[in-house]
Design a protein around this ligand. Structure first.
Ligand SMILES: Cc1cc2nc3c(=O)[nH]c(=O)nc-3n(C[C@H](O)[C@H](O)[C@H](O)COP(=O)(O)OP(=O)(O)OC[C@H]3O[C@@H](n4cnc5c(N)ncnc54)[C@H](O)[C@@H]3O)c2cc1C
Length: 512
């Protein structure tokens, strides 16, 4: 007879999405069980940084400073690659998109440490081999270091990456395409025979000059990032190739050299490397993010055909899901709450799919028409308004969730702005109120009627009173994921504001 354990939630996969979800669930009072098949934290280099709205969310959790302290370099003025052109925010004082040079290994270490501090049970070396569900529970087959066992869980979240077995077992279709394009990225040391010229170009024996920057040939693209005198350079190749690579299988120096040889038609002598990575471009999105008691988040739910957006999307999935799942487990979720996870995050994924697919069209064209498209696009991006709009699209901040019954305040459904708040205890910001990841009713106009109306929910909603310059609303009801569920228009009479607030509280946080 197999050993059987019980858990409220099983998270499959201790990648960034699974670890973020574990931390958020813990803040909401749920102890998840995280099962990760690898015995140790992996050290395959993947993302070089983190960008978009998740940085603001980390700040709202009080975590951003810790993440910044682990960065590998100074935080650069953002210049974001977009399908062969660049979104250049360097001249903007308040860019719509921010990024941190935080390698994925450091990100995973930080999220793992945080999960540990919050008491999460992360079991490494435990592979999920089977999943089945009925109306009341999910049964999970696990192969652990001491043999097979089963876990009986109320919910299971597949954060098990691009090749998600959970997605397949839950019968969730994952339609999409894989582009026949392989990208290889490396930080290498050049062999002594190669000379770095004063302008950063490379003098390669038997070939001649390889320019710093991008060289397009009819076999692909070679990028060289070098600085005069430095023997360490970054190299980047893009080739049309249909091989299906597994992202967790590392690239070798020989594989990179072979790729450079194919693109350039010459051998570039290299002495060693400090980073080697390879990625392919797929455009897939799960048809549903939920099948009964099984949910998907992160790469298991979506794969985008451009760089720099996947972590933002996956971590924001986790933040959106955690408080809803916790409410379900605490038995106080209003009907349909958990389904709003699919509604909101599938829509967000579709927006990301839209602009990353557009990047494919911009990037992959090699003829004169494609050059013209890139040129026109670059011209548009020289103007501030379209640049801001593209920045918000990439950051994922242009999304306004539909808020049923919330009235029509323009702030409803948006990410709460970090207003400066004057309170009895001094000056703070909206960000400071969301560190505990609890819902907040923020009274900005001394509205005792609204505070009184929310008292019935005070076991689950924090009530704060503050003043702010040029208040955008009399009161804001903010969800744990920092989105505004409802806003009271300035000077709205109690006769309409109070019932509207009570309805919003019931819609999002259940009956008192
Ligand atoms: C070279 C490269 C560069 C990248 N650069 C960027 C970038 O600049 N910006 C960006 O945002 N993204 C980037 N990405 C994408 C980013 O790495 C992924 O989006 C991210 O890792 C997804 O996180 P995840 O937690 O959803 O899935 P994963 O990181 O894939 O984690 C899934 C985890 O589930 C575990 N698992 C799978 N099956 C089971 C099972 N049956 N039982 C138990 N455990 C299981 C796996 O071992 C793994 O640890 C890059 C990817 C690559 C390969």
């Amino acid at each position: 007879m197999r050993h059987m354990k019980n858990a409220d939630v099983v998270i499959v996969g201790a990648g960034p999405t699974g670890l973020m979800l574990a931390g958020e669930l813990s803040l909401a009072g749920v102890r998840p069980l995280v099962l990760e098949r690898h015995p140790h934290r992996r050290d395959t280099p993947k993302a070089g940084g983190l960008g978009g709205q998740i940085l603001e969310l980390l700040r709202y959790r009080g975590l951003l400073e810790r993440f910044q302290a682990a960065c590998t370099g100074p935080v650069p003025a953002p210049r974001f690659p977009f399908g062969g052109v660049h979104l250049d925010f360097t001249r903007m004082a308040d860019p719509p998109l921010h990024a941190l040079p935080l390698p994925q290994q450091s990100l995973e270490r930080l999220l793992d440490e945080r999960a540990g501090e919050l008491g999460v049970d992360v079991r490494r070396g435990h592979e999920v081999t089977g999943v089945s569900q009925d109306d009341t529970a999910v049964t999970v087959d696990v192969r652990g270091p001491d043999g097979p066992y089963q876990v009986n869980a109320r919910y299971l979240v597949g954060c098990d990456g691009a090749r998600s077995g959970i997605r397949d077992r839950a019968g969730i279709p994952f339609p999409g395409v894989t582009y026949p394009e392989v990208n290889r990225l490396a930080q290498v040391t050049l062999s002594d025979e190669v000379t770095v010229l004063d302008n950063g170009d490379l003098d390669v024996p038997g070939f001649g000059t390889v320019r710093a920057g991008f060289t397009r040939t009819d076999r692909g693209l070679l990028g060289v990032g070098s600085s005069p005198g430095a023997r360490s350079v970054s190299l980047y190749t893009i080739e049309d190739e249909s091989t299906e690579y597994d992202d967790d299988v590392p690239m070798t120096l020989t594989e990179l050299q072979d790729s450079i040889h194919r693109v350039l038609g010459a051998h570039l002598p290299l002495a060693g490397s400090t980073r080697l990575s390879r990625f392919t471009f797929k455009a897939h999105q799960a048809e549903r993010y939920r099948a009964g008691r099984i949910l998907l988040a992160g790469d298991a739910a979506h794969l985008f055909p451009a760089t720099g957006v996947a972590l933002n999307a996956g971590l924001l999935d986790a933040v959106n899901l955690a408080w809803k799942l916790a409410a379900e487990l605490h038995g106080r979720a209003p009907g349909g709450l958990l389904d709003t996870y699919h509604d909101e995050r599938h829509l967000a994924g579709a927006r990301t799919m839209l602009h990353t697919r557009a990047q494919v069209a911009l990037r992959r064209g090699h003829d004169e028409a494609a050059e013209a498209l890139r040129e026109v696009f670059s011209e548009l991006l020289a103007d501030e308004q379209p640049l801001r709009r593209m920045g918000a699209l990439v950051a994922g901040t242009d999304i306004r969730h539909p808020m049923p019954g919330s009235g029509h305040h323009p702030l409803a459904g948006t990410f709460a702005p970090d207003l400066t708040l004057h309170t009895d205890r001094g000056i703070t910001g909206v960000a400071g109120l969301l560190h505990p990841a609890r819902p907040v009713l923020l009274d900005l106009a001394g509205r005792a009627d609204l505070r009184e109306a929310a008292r019935d929910w005070k076991d689950r909603v924090d009530i704060h009173t503050a003043k702010t310059d040029r208040r955008p609303a009399d009161a804001l009801l903010i969800r744990p994921d920092a989105h505004i569920a409802w806003a009271a228009p300035v000077d709205e009479p109690a006769g309409t504001a109070v019932p509207a607030l009570r309805e919003a509280l019931s819609t999002w946080f259940g009956t008192p």
